[in-house]
Design a protein around this ligand. Structure first.
Ligand code: HEC
Ligand code: HEC
Length: 222
């Protein structure tokens, strides 16, 4: 939280102090060299290693590579009336933003579960069972928009990571494990295509609407 509040004003100060006309461009183009340059200048300009290292640490949080920034931009803005939080951006690749270099708190696993391949009806109260290479397991539950998220404090899996879903008396496994991270939406884009597995679903066939549990909007065990 602390660094998120400080970062913008800090960058402004840096711009003024060091006449970095290209701070913005550098930030997006080359985080590392910007951070190094800023750190070195601070070290030599004012007050020794402590200030410089502090600045380095502060800037680290906001740096992203340009490819990721483009991918984030392509997702578009927040939906109207849905504040950033557990109910926002269902179906999207959550970890694009929710990772250590991203604009939001890091998650280790996150995604959205829909009822069937053919529709975008979310299912709440689904048990998301995770098991990692170290055979440690964790269970998350989808909320009222079908989403769930896992923080590093809750579960820091050793990859690869396996997942299966249970709910409404149904059970479905993902056969292959995840090797890179637990970002369901990154592979499961809603349109099925050669580069997408289609959105995550609980049932091959659409379920009767009255069978669907609403799922608490707070998430957690229903
Ligand atoms: C485009 C970037 C972006 C995407 C994609 C995104 N989020 Fe977020 N999310 C944010 C930001 C920014 C915040 C507010 C800062 C924060 O709390 O980390 C936030 C906040 C949250 C919070 C509150 C976190 C907290 O620590 O209080 C939850 C929960 C959350 N998002 C869940 C999700 C889920 C689940 C998905 C995917 C279905 C998702 N987000 C996708 C940017 C994103
Ligand atoms: C690296 C890409 C990737 C990630 C990340 C990923 N999946 Fe999958 N998933 C696939 C592919 C490909 C298939 C189809 C083949 C299979 O079952 O392994 C699949 C299949 C599934 C299935 C079985 C139904 C079907 O479509 O065949 C479920 C359920 C599922 N995934 C859930 C999830 C959940 C939940 C997450 C996030 C925790 C997730 N997946 C993350 C690629 C991915």
């Amino acid at each position: 939280m602390f660094d998120k509040v400080l970062r913008p004003s800090l960058i402004t100060k840096l711009k003024i102090a060091f006449n970095f006309s290209e701070v913005e461009a550098l930030l997006t183009r080359s985080c590392t060299s910007f951070r190094l340059a800023a750190g070195i200048r601070l070290l030599s300009a004012q007050g020794g290693p402590t200030v410089g290292l502090g600045i380095l640490a502060l800037l680290t949080g906001g740096c992203q590579d340009p490819v990721r920034q483009e991918q984030i931009a392509a997702l578009g803005p927040e939906a109207e009336n849905v504040p950033p939080g557990p109910l926002h951006r269902p179906g999207q690749p959550c970890l694009l933003c929710h990772e250590s270099m991203g604009p939001a708190n890091r998650f280790t696993v996150a995604g959205t579960v829909f009822q069937a391949p053919s529709d975008r009806q979310p299912v709440g109260g689904v048990q998301v069972q995770l098991i990692d290479a170290a055979r440690r397991s964790f269970v998350a539950y989808t909320n009222c928009v079908g989403s769930f998220s896992v923080t590093p404090a809750e579960y820091e899996p050793v990859l690869p990571l396996w997942v299966s879903l249970s709910g409404l008396g149904l059970h479905i496994d993902m056969e292959s494990p995840m090797h890179k991270d637990g970002d369901c939406g990154f592979c499961h884009r809603s349109e099925k295509s050669p580069s997408s597995a289609g959105h995550v679903f609980l049932s091959e066939d659409p379920l009767p609407v009255d069978a669907l549990p609403a799922g608490s909007c707070q998430g957690g065990r229903p």
